[in-house]
Design a protein around this ligand. Structure first.
Ligand code: RTP
Ligand code: MG
Length: 141
């Protein structure tokens, strides 16, 4: 499998729980490398643009409200099959359906506050990485 990059966000609920280090450790133990990272408090405009694909969905307003409720950690993860590997580590969108041992099963309780985001395809990864990072902010090793 090819080396890929994916965008990860540690969401406000997980940051508030002091789980940043535990979550990053899971990425690193699974063979993913952090090649870019920053902490930010998203504006409504930035969060809404990020989730633009969900603009017409009934949960959009709550989603933007949650994503702007506190700081997040935005990262680019790199590794073999990084996109699928990250989604596997995250678990299902609804923590109640997430497999045991996944990040969402261990750090989240509800579908609205589900600890992490990960790009769902190569196309999303490309869009999402450039939404947050310039080329000069990514540090391949
Ligand atoms: P994410 O984009 O945050 O990584 O999550 P995902 O791919 O697993 O799920 P997605 O379908 O992209 O939905 C984005 C976020 O919207 C919230 N959501 N709520 N109430 C609902 O039915 C519902 N569906 C989605 C979740 O917080 C999800 O992470
Ligand atoms: Mg998604």
């Amino acid at each position: 499998m090819a080396t890929e990059r994916t965008l990860s966000i540690i969401k406000p609920d997980a940051v508030a729980k002091n789980a940043i280090g535990d979550i990053i450790a899971r990425f690193e133990k699974a063979g993913l490398q952090v090649v870019a990272a920053k902490m930010m408090h998203l504006s409504e405009e930035k969060a809404g643009g990020f989730y633009a694909e969900h603009k017409e969905r009934p949960f959009f307003k709550d989603l933007v409200g949650f994503m702007t409720s506190g700081p997040v950690v935005v990262q680019v993860l790199e590794g073999e099959g990084a996109i699928a590997k990250n989604r596997e580590l995250m678990g299902a969108t609804n923590p109640k359906e997430a497999a045991p041992g996944t990040i969402r099963a261990d750090f989240a309780e509800t579908i609205d506050a589900n600890a992490v985001h990960g790009s769902d395809s190569p196309e999303s990864a490309e869009r999402e990485i450039s939404y947050f990072f310039g080329n000069d902010e990514i540090c391949p090793r």
